[in-house]
Design a protein around this ligand. Sequence first.
Ligand code: F6R
Length: 367
Amino acid sequence: EKGGYEHFMLKEIFEQPKSIHDTLRGRLLVEEGIIKMAGIWDNLERLNQAQKITIIACGTSWHAGLIGEYLIEEFARIPVEVEYASEFRYRNPIISEKDIVIAISQSGETADTMAAIKMAKEKGAFVYGICNVVDSSISRVTDAGSYTHAGPEIGVASTKAFTAQLTVLSLIALKLGKHNGHLSNQEFMRLCTELETIPQKVQEVLESTHEITKEIAKSFVDAQNFLYLGRGYNFPAALEGALKLKEISYIHAEGYPAAEMKHGPIALIDENMPIVIIAPRQGHYDKIVSNVQEIKARKGKVIAVVNKGDTQVASVADYVIEFPETSECFSPIIASVPLQLLAYYIAVYRGANVDQPRNLAKSVTVE
Ligand code: F6R
């Protein structure tokens, strides 16, 4: 049932072209120029008139939520906050009938997320669910929602569910923006056309980075720390890359927005510190080039995740992982894939149980 793969996690990493495609199927209709999502369409007015959207989630789903914030604010211009469900539920947040809460949960069973939803509903908010497990508790208790169609995720470390969450959040942001007029039809079409190419680009990145991530992993089996850096849409991707490594390899890792380096973490950098830096050409490319130079000046070991054909970052980096270019807003979907592979191989070479890391459970149904 692992389909010839050594672990479920590796199988699930490799399933991503299909799981993203399945999540887009029947929704992204580029020829017709529409995104079809019943949960959004049926509640369009309420969603587009929200005074704010609060996204609640835990762990990897919370990282997806952070990218969802960037997407919805950029394309639909609705203010978004992202909160850990476990914090939200205990702090009497300001939520009313004019608010929309989006709850993201792969399992649909996470206790903290469930409790946060109940509280939001008591305060009158409309709660929209993004779950992977059909008919799960969260999908039943929410007012409306959209499923991710990633298929069953067995590996404890979330991989294909994460990229499917990003896919659904992209669809939602584009659809809201199209209907509330913040996104021109031309821009909407350009982004939809690009989104349709993502499964193919994920396939490409799997093929082109599988060997190199193994090689890099071998060099870092004995590392004790890792930093992951990114800017803009790829800042949450850096957090997620760090979480993957922590969970399965037990190496301490932290994600940071690259520009925050100089406010503290730069003190950690010496020749023993590996730093994964996500630097696609768009967005804040020249800023990140100078971040990389600052790291190299302190002898940090740079693993650069860059677009194909990159020269500026690649020429100063110690290791280079290339991925196909796409719009900045979709780049975390592609850039996350080699980070999953890197975490996977480091953990495998350390002899860790990647599918069932110590102390972790697939769904956290206790507080
Ligand atoms: C990370 C991981 C956890 C979950 C978190 C939320 O790989 O699996 O951080 O993302 O426990 O789980 P769901 O999405 O099921 O609510």
